[in-house]
Design a protein. Structure first.
Length: 144
């Protein structure tokens, strides 16, 4: 149930045989991502549980059950910015009620990320996914 943007990443990964090429592609995705205004690099937006500094700023477009989930993110580490870009592709634009149904671990495993990230990075990705799910759950509650 991945988004079209995530499917494009998955298709690109199928053509990249070497993990180093995939790693570079993830970094490029992070470089291409819009930067989060440094004014939002504050404790309230910081994602705890990541080895690097990570900040998420959720945005909900619309109201009610059809409200769409989106977020901006940033990190002080380029590979983590790339991972944020991958998560953005996975979740951005979904109705808030559908965010909880995404099996992020399975989708990221399609990219081979589960096999090639350090345990610290994997923990950080889980923390980011947890934060995304929390934002969406809170938005879904208020959406009614």
């Amino acid at each position: 149930m991945a988004t079209e943007a995530f499917e494009e990443i998955a298709e690109t990964f199928e053509f990249l045989d070497d993990w180093e090429d995939r790693y570079r592609h993830v970094i490029e995705l992070g470089r291409a991502m819009d930067a989060l205004d440094p004014a939002f690099h504050v404790p309230a937006t910081k994602v705890e549980g990541c080895a690097s500094q990570v900040w998420f700023l959720p945005r909900i477009d619309g109201q009610g059950p059809d409200a769409r989930f989106d977020f901006q993110g940033d990190s002080d580490a380029m590979i983590v910015r790339g991972l944020i870009a991958v998560l953005h592709a996975l979740y951005s634009g979904l109705p808030v009620r559908e965010v909880q149904t995404v099996d992020a671990a399975a989708e990221l495993a399609r990219l081979g990320l589960d096999e090639h990230l350090s345990s610290q990075r994997s923990n950080g990705v889980r923390a980011m996914v947890g934060r995304i799910r929390k934002f969406a759950a809170e938005a879904a509650e208020t959406a009614g």
